[in-house]
Design a protein around this ligand. Structure first.
Ligand SMILES: Nc1nc2c(ncn2[C@@H]2O[C@H](COP(=O)(O)OP(=O)(O)OP(=O)(O)O)[C@@H](O)[C@H]2O)c(=O)[nH]1
Ligand SMILES: [Mg+2]
Length: 669
């Protein structure tokens, strides 16, 4: 018998891919969208939803840690040079913290200047206003901004700087002043950054201007380092960790990384303790007593972002990398961390800025400049849109890799559901016996299918039963099928489709997908298991002897449109599993994942939503151009497109978005 069973699609009209039930878009991303023309809005909406898979059960999504609330009182600091590579408190510390933001910029035009680059932070009100454009410093206020290509689309980076409108948007009169976002305070933060489970090493990280002095209060160097010793950057020192009473807490290694050459771009010191949690907890307590503050979830990465060490897309990739469940997901996150999303988006931003410079120059010096080359402008807009669409096409793969799929295996008792789970996951996770009704509860197992993290749910066989426990199990099976992203219905290949299968079908799909009695929301596969018995013929329990692994499984008319594919398997002989992999990936719309073993960077939902808004704004711009509306209208749409692109990288971002992004991090990240 051939080892691969058929995966022929029995129902050409059936659902070949996951339905476009796109998840609700991140509510925290304040929309700056003016109502798009219905046609263009629908068009890109459809494009977007086609890139995404539906929501999955909470158990599949990465578990958020305690949600922090970042103080909105981000201190404002004057521009100053990156801290020198010294463990003395950086030059920006206290002296800058109360200074006029922007180093002379007028009040109301606060700005960010940290070791890396400025971050423009739009307020919620500004971000949500129609036609909101980032506050473009106008006139003299713009004069000190030459080194800030990220200072809003109308900034000197664009080369325009008309200064005629003062605070941004021309037609709506809205002022979307960026507010300062810097490292939120001068606190030095500390956290255990490794897990608390058993391991040989636990690491505690300190970050902030006082990291070194605080660390030295709790560290006693061994060997020749004694009086007057101070650590050098990027060196490791052996010694002991002590509390305030000089009690030795652990033997440790101290790693010093001075600003700006550290993860946060601040002074960072790490204590490498013995693993297991107790030592690390004691050292962490000593560091808090010595003056550090416990870090909030994601606060190290937030500081890295605020200090220009990472863009927002890279910061999100850190979280995705840590939470990756498959190698392909890790590869994708790593590609994002290495700047994949950010560099694609900054290319588009640059093109938008160039266009905006052209347009604004015409607004201010119309008589002196040649007329706009409209065909060239249109093709530039199309090129940017094409870039956005390309990025959006990665959203589906990204969503699959991040969220994975929850797959429920349902069917009659004894058809081999548990055996299939065991064979597919190469484990003995589920109890298998020849007694019908062995499985009583829903059982989970994880596997990677072509890089997609899959949670398999083995369920109790569905049948009428007087047994109370079994009845509850059946209800749970039906609930699991209803909530799953994909349902695999297992039938006995030797017996074929039976009346009992029809009953189960009706209990889950009613009169078919979309009918009023249908409880299943996701697409479905049919697995004909025990194909070894069918092939062996009647003597082995099969109705017919057939070695044709592609032989179709006759189905009642009712069920023909339901299953995207039928796969014949033999769980006991571990056959047909590759076909099952392929059918599942096909269903999820990710054959390329299986082929390549992974994808490069992929945008996440927050980024996709911002990209869609940018695309919509560019569509409106095209329409304004086509309708020959005044130039002012063009710039408004272009600014909206820029603002949305800036949200992806974090160059223009509402504080709420940051809260939302970093609240998903775990403590210590
Ligand atoms: N010949 C053959 N036997 C199989 C195959 N898969 C499962 N079996 C046998 O079928 C019996 C039932 O298998 P299970 O995996 O427990 O079936 P189940 O669908 O989980 O049953 P319930 O838990 O009762 O719903 C066991 O004796 C298995 O060894 C197969 O592919 N070929
Ligand atoms: Mg079972």
């Amino acid at each position: 018998m051939a080892s691969r069973a058929a995966t022929g699609v029995l129902s050409p009209g059936g659902c070949g891919t996951l339905p476009p039930h796109a998840p609700p878009l991140a509510p925290a991303v304040a929309s700056s969208r003016a109502p798009a023309p219905a046609s263009s809005s629908r068009a890109i909406g459809a494009v977007y939803s086609a890139f995404l898979i539906g929501p999955v059960a909470p158990s599949l999504t990465s578990q958020p840690c305690a949600v922090p609330s970042y103080p909105s009182s981000h201190q404002q600091r004057r521009p100053c040079a990156p801290a020198a590579a010294s463990h003395a408190p950086g030059p920006c510390s206290s002296s800058c913290s109360t200074s006029t933001p922007g180093g002379g910029a007028p009040s109301g035009k606060p700005r960010i200047w940290t070791a890396g680059r400025r971050r423009n932070l739009t307020t919620a009100a500004a971000a949500s206003s129609s036609f909101s454009a980032p506050g473009r410093p106008g006139g003299a206020a713009n004069s000190d901004d030459e080194d800030s290509p990220n200072w809003g689309p109308g900034g000197s980076g664009s080369g325009s700087g008309s200064g005629s409108d003062g605070e941004g948007g021309r037609l709506d009169g809205s002022s979307s002043s960026p507010v300062v976002l810097t490292t939120q305070d001068e606190d030095t933060i500390s956290s255990i950054i490794t897990g608390l489970s058993a391991g040989s090493v636990s690491i505690i990280r300190l970050s902030g201007t006082e990291a070194v002095p605080i660390a030295l209060k709790a560290f006693r160097p061994g060997g020749r380092f004694r009086i007057g010793w101070s650590p050098a950057s990027h060196r490791v020192y052996y010694g002991t960790a002590v509390d305030g009473d000089e009690n030795v807490l652990d033997e440790v290694l101290l790693l010093v990384m001075l600003s700006p050459r550290s993860y946060t771009a601040e002074d960072v010191v790490e204590f490498h303790c013995h693993g297991g949690g107790v030592c690390a907890a004691r050292v962490q307590r000593a560091l808090i007593e010595a003056g550090a503050r416990p870090a909030k979830p994601g606060e190290f990465t937030l500081r890295a972002f605020l200090n220009g060490r990472l863009d927002l897309a890279q910061a999100e990739s850190v979280s995705e990398l840590v939470g990756a469940r498959t190698a392909a997901a890790a590869d994708s996150a790593l590609a994002g961390l290495r700047g994949g999303v950010g560099s694609a988006v900054s290319d588009m931003r640059r093109q938008c800025l160039d266009l905006l410079a052209e347009l604004e120059a015409r607004l201010d010096f119309d008589e002196d400049l040649p007329p706009i080359d409209v065909p060239a402008l249109k093709s530039q807009i199309e090129a940017i849109q094409a870039g956005i669409e390309k990025a959006l096409r990665t959203a589906r793969a990204g969503s699959l890799l991040r969220r994975g799929l929850q797959v429920a295996i349902v069917g009659r008792p004894n058809v081999g559901k548990s055996s299939l789970l065991n064979a597919w996951t190469n484990s003995d996770r589920a109890i298998v016996t020849e007694i019908a009704g062995t499985t009583r509860d829903v059982l989970e197992a994880q596997l990677s299918v072509g890089g997609v993290p899959v949670t398999l749910l083995d369920t109790a066989g569905i049948r009428d039963s007087t047994d109370v426990v079994e009845r509850i199990g059946v209800e749970r099976s039906q609930a699991a099928a209803a909530a799953a992203d994909v349902v695999i219905m297992v039938v006995d290949s030797a017996e074929g489709w039976t009346d009992a299968d029809t009953e189960i079908y009706r209990s889950l799909w009613g009169d078919g997908p979309g009918s009023s009695g249908c409880r299943v929301r996701g697409p479905a596969l049919l697995v004909a298991n025990k194909d070894d018995l069918r092939a062996a013929g009647p003597a082995s329990g099969g109705a017919t002897a057939s070695t044709d692994e592609h032989a179709p499984l006759p189905l009642p008319v009712l069920a023909r449109e339901t299953f995207s594919a039928t796969v014949r398997t033999s769980a006991s002989q571990r056959k047909g599993l590759e076909s099952l992999d392929a059918a599942l990936l096909d269903l999820a719309g990710a054959p390329q994942l299986a082929a390549s073993g992974g994808v490069s960077w992929a945008v996440n939902e927050r980024q996709a939503e911002a990209l869609v808004r940018s695309h919509e704004a560019l569509m409106r711009l095209s329409e304004s151009v086509a309708a020959d509306l005044p130039l002012d209208f063009w710039t408004i749409d272009l600014r909206s497109a820029l603002l949305a692109l800036g949200e992806v990288s974090g160059d223009e971002v509402a504080e709420e978005v940051l809260d939302n992004v970093f609240s998903r991090f775990c403590i210590g990240k």
